[in-house]
Design a protein around this ligand. Structure first.
Ligand SMILES: Nc1ncnc2c1ncn2[C@@H]1O[C@H](COP(=O)(O)OP(=O)(O)OP(=O)(O)O)[C@@H](O)[C@H]1O
Ligand SMILES: [Mg+2]
Length: 278
């Protein structure tokens, strides 16, 4: 990690840069994400703080901060949060990022049209393909971690538990994820070795399920058993859901399989041209 990219501040972020906190955008385990405004009002930014407080929590926050910043400073994709800045302040580490007034995908779920579902799915597939091809996994894909831009694009964010895949061993990489989005094999304590890329694909499937049903599901949803309809009932998305939410990781689609399937869907042609110019 190149620590030169993390600026040291001798006062807290707000005093150092003459910003005023406006309101809380989100509360996380490590601290808040605040909307902040510059004194002259010309600049709005989202400020994610990682408190340096009590020993254990402080160390964990430090780990999350360096992890997130290290990854985000080294990648660039139009559907991944960018333009971040990182600061080491006396009481906290701070990461600033562009403010997205439209909020997260969670807020947009009830109003999603088929066009928007297709667009977000395509954009998130492209973002994941970019990450996976660089041996990176996100590990917490869910609607709360996808921001919506002014132009109505999906922006993958919250890279706190993302990591470089150096091994298949869970003892090194860990069993991260959010209930309802976490691949089922990660909760099977007998399994020690994983295809972590495939775990991201499961989470993408759960997110697609949220988009198709226009709502969040309960954390213990068994997509293959306890949902009201078989996955095949979800029209054009049925096959995709089946292959992403598949119980067996070796049968789950990877980003290439998914992209090839999307390209083969006749109604996707315009969208693919619009997004990728091909
Ligand atoms: N750039 C932004 N613009 C607008 N809102 C944001 C932005 N970044 C984060 N938020 C809001 O803050 C919430 C928490 O942010 P983020 O997911 O990065 O932090 P987190 O603490 O790691 O999250 P969690 O622990 O809840 O997964 C988001 O779900 C979103 O509602
Ligand atoms: Mg989050």
């Amino acid at each position: 990690m190149n620590y030169l990219f993390i600026k040291t501040c001798h006062q807290d972020f707000y005093h150092s840069f003459d910003f005023t906190p406006v309101r809380v955008l989100g509360k996380g385990m490590m601290g808040d994400v605040m909307l902040a405004r510059s004194r002259d009002g010309s600049n709005l930014t989202a400020v994610k703080s990682f408190k340096k407080n009590s020993l254990d929590a402080g160390l964990e926050n430090q780990k999350l901060f360096f992890n997130e910043v290290d990854i985000l400073l080294n990648i660039k994709h139009k559907n991944i949060i960018g333009n971040i800045m990182a600061y080491d302040c006396p009481r906290e580490y701070v990461m600033t990022m562009p403010y997205y007034p439209s909020g997260t995908l969670t807020r947009h779920l009830p109003y999603m049209t088929a066009y928007v579902i297709d667009k977000y799915l395509l954009q998130l597939t492209s973002a994941l393909n970019y990450l996976h091809s660089r041996q990176l996994v996100h590990r917490d894909i869910k609607p709360d971690n996808v921001l919506i831009s002014h132009d109505g694009d999906a922006i993958l964010s919250d890279f706190g538990v993302a990591c470089l895949v150096t091994t298949t061993s869970v003892s090194i990489i860990g069993r991260m994820g959010t209930p309802g989005y976490k691949a089922p094999e990660l909760s099977d304590m007998r399994i020690q070795f994983f295809d972590f890329y495939s775990c991201d694909m499961y989470s993408l499937g759960a997110l697609l399920f949220n988009m198709v049903t226009r709502r969040l599901v309960s954390p213990n949803t068994n997509y293959l058993g306890s949902v009201r309809h078989p996955l095949t009932d979800y029209g054009a998305y049925g096959v995709i859901l089946e292959y992403l939410l598949c119980q067996y990781p070796q049968m789950r689609w990877n980003t290439t399989n998914l992209y090839n399937h999307l390209v083969s869907m006749p109604h996707m042609a315009n969208l693919i041209h619009e997004q990728f110019g091909c």
